[in-house]
Design a protein around this ligand. Structure first.
Ligand code: DHB
Length: 482
């Protein structure tokens, strides 16, 4: 820490009425006369949007990794006035829990589309597991969990801190990300202002401002990492000796993990929409209800649904108009998926040292500053060490806790957004369907409005169906959920 910088930062915060003002000497000030670069984004249909780019805005006073801890802001011509109250669209490019750079708008994803809609686009970088810096002559990895979500929260705080000086309305930030980035978007949506992140944000010299957001868009969020292994094996276990073709050692691990799922599911205390407790006993039927809706939407849109998907159509005349989906044979459907994209081998997430030396992105992100990967569940730690009473240490458990939005939904200390759009492809096997379905169910049980679907035949991807996403954003901006 450089004392002079800290002093300047502290001076910027001692304003009246508890408000924070960006002023000279404030390392986090966005000066409204800051020079912008002007540029034009051309879309595939020939439409163009002129925008101003403000890049490399460091969002913490105590930068740890200068490659990532800044954000870029892109302002479409319609929002150039400093007083513009255009909504802000915060797109994170976190994937695989890697570090992600602040980058420029793309004409093929939600970032460009946000500009086209007249929103102020914000692309923050964030540290991930592979972030690497030299400190006192040695290499350290400062991006281990929860660094990624902490950085993104600091970015949100920067936008609020500078709300008066910047075009766009920091009270209307919509976040978006895919996969590990979907997890980040869900965390931003779930954990607003929660004190659990405060020590990290304080250490970074983040702006003293709120970090809740207006709405969260999450594509295939890879969350609940500490229970994802159980869910995966419980769901797909039926394919172990069929299309998944596991060895007997793998099948044994799969069975042990699957056996732990019912207690976990019961511990969540979730309910289906009709108030029935959601347990392992009725979970397959509950999941089928989403798949039936998904297949029906695809049929309505004219897509053929092959018989080997296990989808039962009413007419017996496949391809006839007005067909409706009666049922899905879940075992046939899961076997069909495994045939399309091979599954992850057990354990799917906390894999390190259990049946081989491979470390997953999750083992990496829960590793330590020296770069060493780590087990973060008791199950895998015990297998990997051979110590049947080994436990995950408290410091790591606390880090794992902060990476799971499930832990913050319903916690009165969190300001959770009421506006949610969540998608997980019906052909996405990167995590078990229970993970996004439980997220949806927990939010709905807590009274939040969630637009949720498992889109038919979609694999592990995001930012698709942008017309639908932006129609939803337009709706919630007009009529925010209370
Ligand atoms: C991502 C995918 C995974 O399968 C995973 O375990 C973690 C992250 C991703 O695409 O970001």
């Amino acid at each position: 820490m450089k004392p002079s910088r800290n002093f300047a930062f502290a001076a910027a915060l001692t304003c009246s009425a508890g408000l924070t003002f960006a002023q000279s000497g404030d390392p986090l000030a966005f000066h409204s006369n800051r020079k912008a670069t002007e540029n034009t984004l051309t879309f595939l249909d020939g439409k163009t949007v002129k925008y101003r780019a403000y890049e490399n805005l460091y969002y913490v006073a105590n930068v740890v990794d200068s490659a990532y801890q800044y954000l870029n802001v892109y302002v479409p011509e319609s929002a150039w006035a400093t007083t513009s109250k255009a909504p802000m669209f915060l797109r994170t490019y976190v994937g695989g829990y890697f570090s992600s750079k602040a980058q420029a708008p793309s004409n093929t994803d939600a970032s460009g589309r946000a500009l086209r809609e007249g929103y102020v686009l914000v692309i923050p970088g964030a540290r991930g597991w592979n972030a690497k810096v030299t400190k006192n002559g040695s290499t350290v990895f400062p991006g281990k969990a929860p660094a990624g979500i902490v950085d993104l929260k600091a970015a949100v705080r920067y936008l609020r801190h500078n709300d008066a000086a910047m075009p766009g309305d920091a009270e209307r930030i919509v976040t978006d990300g895919t996969s590990a980035g979907g997890a980040m978007s869900a965390l931003l949506g779930a954990t607003g202002n929660h004190p659990a992140y405060e020590p990290y944000l304080t250490a970074l010299g983040a702006a003293k401002a709120r970090d809740d957001v207006f709405a969260a868009v999450a594509f295939c969020p890879i969350i609940d990492l500490e229970h994802a292994d159980l869910a995966y094996e419980w769901l797909y276990g039926g394919t172990n000796s069929g299309p998944r073709n596991l060895s007997s050692a793998q099948a044994a691990v799969s069975n042990e993990l699957a056996a732990l799922f019912p207690a976990y599911q019961a511990s969540l205390g979730l309910k289906t929409p009709d108030g029935t407790p959601l347990t392992a006993d009725n979970y397959r039927d509950y999941l089928k209800s989403f798949l039936v809706k998904s297949a029906q939407a695809a049929r309505n849109a004219g897509f053929d649904i092959p018989a080997n998907t296990g989808v039962k159509l009413n007419s017996g005349f496949r391809g006839s108009p007005g067909e409706f989906v009666l049922d899905v044979d879940l075992d046939a459907y899961l076997a069909y998926l495994v045939g399309k994209t091979p599954l992850k081998a057990p354990p799917a997430f906390d894999k390190l040292g259990v049946l081989g030396p491979d470390a997953t992105p999750e083992n990496q992100v829960f590793g330590d500053e020296t770069g060493k990967a780590a087990n973060y569940t008791e199950f895998s730690l015990r297998k990997a060490t051979g110590d049947a009473s080994a436990t995950v240490d408290k410091a790591l458990r606390d880090r794992v806790f902060r990476m799971n939005p499930m832990n913050f939904i319903g916690d009165p200390r969190a300001t959770t957004t009421k506006n949610w759009y969540i998608r997980h492809g019906a052909a996405d096997r990167d995590t078990g369907f229970q993970i996004p379905v439980n997220l949806y169910t927990k939010l709905v049980n807590q009274g939040y409005a969630v637009d949720f679907a498992l889109p038919w035949n979609r694999g592990h991807s995001g930012d698709y169906n942008l017309d639908e996403v932006f129609a939803w954003i337009g709706d919630v901006l007009k009529t925010p959920k209370k």
